[in-house]
Design a protein around this ligand. Structure first.
Ligand SMILES: Cc1cc2nc3c(=O)[nH]c(=O)nc-3n(C[C@H](O)[C@H](O)[C@H](O)COP(=O)(O)OP(=O)(O)OC[C@H]3O[C@@H](n4cnc5c(N)ncnc54)[C@H](O)[C@@H]3O)c2cc1C
Length: 606
């Protein structure tokens, strides 16, 4: 099995895009998407699946084995095949698939872009990171950049001729971005600065994939206030950019090292960069001084959604590899023939415990796909809907869901890859099979783009407070209507369980907000991660329901693929019985008032 083709579940992708979200109908009245139809969308996804299978996936193990290397003279080499594959992505327009055509993008809906991102991430996360960041930086500059950035830099990024990075982290500034110390000294020329500092752990900080790199850097101008309010944001090119777009001299931003000994994503160059240590580091400000974090959030939100979709891609691939193995591996006998004299060995897929693991992986990866594509769908609506009130409503949902998507999908993906290894037994633990690499590669998702702990705090401390809590109340009301509308089609018991779980989420949110209002901030934040997991566990259940309702309607309408649609109904039943009860258990945790870990006598220095 190790050498066989990379598995992809195109049928399920198509189900979410065209039967659940119905993008071919819901987007067709928007002028920018009116020329696209279902066939075009599907053929785009199929072509990306082909590239993922034939070009990107075969580089996954290569990248893991070879890693990235620093030559000690300011250059990084990526694994064999990465430069050619990146060029192919750029030339095919895949990096800018959902960017607007007036900036050089392909202009497809973001929802479809997310589907293609899932395919490349599932094939090779480490490789995919270069493309994701490049797309994100292109979008940031398309929105906030100066005219020359938009005219010269954005098309180079969208075509993959240049790549993008984001530089936040420093030795003393990880989660606490406000501690950034990189200095931005004005040159006297409006908008141009010289930067001095050091940035750590920068993905794609240097590479040999593209002719230039555009770094987006947070730094502090003289006399700026402390914390995030004092941060400004800059464009720093690896090679200076002439007015006609040609490349000038190398800028004073130098790679001084690459993390060669890390757990996973070996093919992604994680670099230390020195700014202005030797030659001056020229930088151009984006937006006004002091609005750096506001602008960076544009990139970070997209990057957080990209992390969520990485979780979907990894999970789906790990599940499909495990399923394939379970169908082939003969071991043990059927429970019902154990007492026969010479019972034949059966494929391990017949053992109930293996089936439970596979089902857990299946239902989680499919509901995560539905959830994350839905976030992208709301982002499309927030961008394109003609009614400003509707745009705002959709953007609110995106804001609420992003920390949940980022954290819950990355945590779930790690758990899922653990199960994939378990399904393969000892063979899962060795690197002849791909699943142990998936586990190592996916771990970073819960750490970068804001650790999952920080996502929990964002959900509780910022998102639940949007519009004085009315965003959450509106969400509860909408969810109530959705559940009500799902009654009477054969799943009333499951709907009742979800209604109960919804009430539990409401009770937890209310409890935590009351604690915060009473000034008990540490006690509230102590429960932020369990609350996020509780919320995410409910949401995946709601998506299992939505999929089952769509599937039931298809069956009622005489659809032929009965096994596929019936599978969605079985997903719902499994999820409600085996996963959803965690919502109630987590609710008890969140509202327990138990605070023993906050006791100051614990964790004293050794
Ligand atoms: C492979 C890799 C690639 C990366 N790519 C990039 C990149 O491209 N650009 C970039 O800028 N950075 C990048 N990073 C850095 C990454 O974003 C940081 O590692 C991450 O933000 C956490 O910062 P830290 O490592 O300093 O951990 P810390 O901030 O020290 O956190 C350690 C632990 O403490 C918790 N914690 C910290 N502060 C708080 C708080 N206030 N409240 C509650 N809990 C808290 C965290 O949740 C975490 O569990 C990358 C890192 C790695 C390993």
């Amino acid at each position: 099995m190790a050498a066989s083709t990379h598995p992809i579940d195109l049928r399920d992708l198509a189900f979410v895009l065209f039967e659940e979200l119905q993008i071919q109908d819901r987007f067709k009245d928007f002028p920018e998407y009116s020329s696209f139809d279902k066939d075009f969308y599907m053929s785009t996804v199929e072509e990306m699946a082909r590239i993922a299978r034939e070009v990107i996936a075969p580089l996954n193990a290569v990248g893991d084995r070879e890693g990235c290397h620093f030559d000690g003279k300011g250059n990084v080499r990526t694994p064999t095949g990465f430069p050619e594959a990146f060029r192919l992505l750029g030339e095919g327009g895949w990096i800018s698939i959902s960017a607007m055509p007036d900036m050089g993008g392909m202009g497809l809906p973001y929802t479809l872009g997310v589907a293609t991102t899932e395919l490349r991430s599932g094939a090779n996360v480490a490789f995919s990171i270069y493309a994701g960041l490049t797309h994100g930086v292109g979008n940031l500059l398309a929105t906030f950049g100066t005219p020359w950035m938009q005219q010269i830099v954005v098309p180079k990024l969208y075509s993959g001729t240049w790549a993008g990075t984001m530089l936040l982290t420093e030795a003393g500034a990880g989660s606490s971005v406000g501690e950034n110390r990189t200095r931005a000294v004005p040159t006297g020329e409006e908008g141009r600065y010289l930067l001095e500092g050091e940035k750590l752990f920068i993905s794609g900080g240097d590479q040999d994939l593209t002719e230039n790199i555009v770094h987006i850097v947070l730094a502090r101008v003289p006399d700026a206030p402390p914390g995030t309010k004092g941060l400004s944001i800059f464009l720093v090119p690896k090679f200076l950019i002439n007015p006609d777009g040609s490349l000038g001299a190398r800028n004073g931003i130098e790679v001084t090292g690459v993390e060669e000994h890390k757990m996973g994503i070996h093919g992604s160059a994680t670099c230390t960069l020195a700014l202005g240590a030797g030659e001056p580091c020229h930088a151009w400000r984006i937006g006004d001084e002091g609005v750096g974090m506001k602008i960076m959030f544009h990139l970070m939100n997209e990057a957080r959604l990209e992390v969520a979709i990485q979780g979907v891609g990894t999970s789906s691939a790990a599940y499909l590899y495990a399923r394939r193995y379970a169908l082939e591996r003969l071991q043990g006998v059927d429970l019902t023939s154990m007492h026969e004299e010479h019972p034949p060995q059966v494929p391990i897929v017949q053992h109930p415990d293996v089936r439970r693991m596979l089902m857990t992986m299946r239902v989680l990866s499919e509901t995560m796909r539905s959830f994350v594509y839905t976030i992208a769908y709301h982002a499309d609506m927030a961008r394109s809907h003609p009614d400003p009130a509707e745009r705002e409503r959709h953007q609110d949902i995106v804001e609420l869901y992003i920390p949940i998507g980022k954290a819950h999908c990355s945590d779930t993906a790690f758990e899922l890859t653990r199960l994939a290894i378990q399904v393969l037994g000892g063979y899962g633990y060795i690197s002849d099979y791909p699943v142990e690499q998936y586990l190592r590669d996916t771990k970073i998702s819960s750490i970068y783009e804001g650790t999952n702990g920080i996502q929990g705090m964002d959900l509780l401390g910022r998102k639940l407070r949007i519009k004085n809590g009315m965003l959450f109340v509106t969400w509860l009301q909408e969810m109530t209507r959705t559940l009500e509308a799902s009654k009477g089609v054969g799943f009333d018991d499951e709907v009742a369980a979800l209604e109960h779980a919804r009430d539990d989420i409401g009770a937890s949110a209310m409890h935590l907000m009351q604690m915060a209002m009473a000034g008990r901030i540490p006690a509230a934040m102590y429960q932020a991660s369990p609350f996020l997991t509780q919320f995410g566990t409910f949401l995946l259940g709601a998506h299992a329901l939505r999929q089952a309702v769509v599937a039931q309607a298809a069956l009622d309408g005489g659809a032929h693929e009965t096994a596929f649609y019936n599978g969605k109904i079985l997903n719902l039943k499994f999820y409600v019985a085996n996963v959803l009860p965690q919502v109630e258990a987590l609710g008890r945790v969140v509202r327990s008032q138990e605070e023993s870990a906050l006791d100051e006598t614990l964790f004293a220095e050794e």
